[in-house]
Write a protein that binds this ligand. Structure first.
Ligand code: SF4
Length: 426
């Protein structure tokens, strides 16, 4: 087995020199409300109340599916024509609705008021509404607010905006701790917690945890290990509270997971031998799982349209661990602080693009005719109709894909379109 502590990380000093194609045209992405779908599953004592239109309600309802066995912990306060025309006091109505909701749902401890395009257009001040409601409802319920609107955002920014609201509430601590930043499925959180414990890193907190009411403390001895590349604003706010950012690739695949765990291990003085002993078996299992998918993916060309902000990390994984050939890696926003370690591991001969210009990007897809295009839902069917295999990027945010134990499943998500085509061809 190779030395696990010698994963090449950020070997290129000049990642900033890589040319970036900046696109500033029409975009086709979901809005930040989408984040409610996975956030409400994680935060089991929270309710997400979108203040928006029927369109917003439909988006959330169809993205989250209808829950049959449990009352959902999300909903929409629908702004009516009278609200939009300024003929009714939307604030009074909102207060009344929140109080009624909380009386009916006494298990809710945190209420998120989530802004939308319509609430922003009529300049409904949800931060002030939260203040007003807190004066009435604390300490039983805390009300927080953030924007999930689709104006100049993409869907993963909803999580960033939601997590950012916790930062001012965090008490100060001087204790040494590791904070993992980014919403992870419980099963993945448990796996990482066990691995950190085995490495001797016992003081680990996850943001978000399972209860929104349990806000972690923060301070100068907190090391931040982001688990999702799209939480840049939250990370910057935590750094402003004195925490230290550990830079690493993200835990996708065997290599990415090793490098990510290694960043924490180095900061906590774990010896290379101890690191190898703890991570070696899980890494070997992940490599075996990846080897099963590699024959379907190696040598295939890949075009990633900008959608989730996971693109640089997934491109690195698909290229380095599965042998895919990258043509273009697009991302809606290129946050260098969050992805510098990933950019350094991408090959030189790719197009790296930021932002969206749908027509131009589709022209490039059609010219390249890649074996696989990763794109938003709205583009998948038209491209499939043109004979191009696609993968919905939103599926990657909804699925457990982090860590050693999910590496094979992550690869399989990309291999599936080829397997399906092979079956249809028979
Ligand atoms: S927030 Fe804006 S983009 Fe999102 S569903 Fe509502 S109206 Fe549409």
């Amino acid at each position: 087995m190779s030395n696990l502590h010698d994963i090449p990380v950020a070997t290129r000093s000049g990642c900033d020199e890589r040319p970036v194609l900046r696109e500033r045209g029409q975009r086709e992405v979901f809005c930040g409300l989408t984040g409610i779908v996975w956030l409400h599953r994680k935060l089991q004592d929270a309710f997400f109340l979108v203040v928006g239109s029927r369109t917003c309600a439909h988006l959330i309802q169809s993205a989250a599916g209808v829950m049959i066995f449990a009352e959902p912990r999300f909903g929409t306060a629908i702004l009516t024509d009278r609200d939009l025309a300024g003929m009714a006091d939307a604030n009074d109505e909102l207060d009344r609705l929140c109080v009624t909701l909380l009386e009916r749902r006494p298990e809710i401890r945190t209420l998120f008021l989530v802004g939308s395009c319509p609430s922003e257009v009529i300049k409904l001040d949800l931060a002030r509404a939260a203040e007003r409601l807190n004066a009435r409802l604390l300490p039983q319920v805390r009300v927080l607010s953030y924007s999930g609107s689709g104006i100049e955002t993409t869907f993963t920014q909803g999580e960033d905006a939601a997590l950012r609201t916790f930062v001012p509430l965090m008490p100060h601590t001087d204790a040494r701790q590791l904070m993992v930043v980014g919403c992870l499925p419980d099963i993945v959180e448990d796996q990482f917690r066990r691995q950190f414990e085995q490495l001797g890193i016992a003081d680990v907190v996850f943001l978000p945890g399972r209860r929104a009411a349990d806000v972690p403390a923060i301070g100068p001895n907190t090391d931040l290990l982001p688990a999702q590349p799209f939480n840049g604003d939250t990370v910057r706010a935590l750094v402003a509270r004195g925490a230290r950012l550990l830079r690493a690739p993200y835990p996708f695949g065997a290599e990415g997971t090793t490098a990510w765990l290694q960043a924490a291990a180095r900061a906590w003085g774990v010896s290379p031998a101890a690191f190898d002993a703890v991570t070696g078996p899980a890494r070997a299992r992940a490599e075996t799982a990846l080897a099963r998918q590699r024959p379907l993916l190696a040598g295939r060309s890949l075009f990633m349209l900008p959608d989730s902000q996971l693109e640089p990390s997934l491109a690195r994984f698909l290229h380095r661990e599965l042998g895919m050939r990258l043509i273009e890696v697009g991302t809606p926003f290129l946050d260098r602080q969050m992805v510098s370690e990933e950019l350094a591991l991408l090959p030189d001969d790719i197009v790296l693009s930021e932002g969206q210009h749908l027509d131009r990007q589709l022209d490039r897809v059609r010219a390249a005719r890649p074996d696989l295009t990763v794109c938003g839902l709205g583009l998948a069917n038209p491209l499939e109709a043109e004979g191009l295999a696609t993968k919905w990027s939103i599926e990657l945010v909804f699925s457990p894909i982090h860590g050693y134990d999910q590496a094979g499943d992550l690869a399989e998500l990309f291999a599936r379109p080829f397997a399906r085509r092979a079956r249809l061809a028979v």
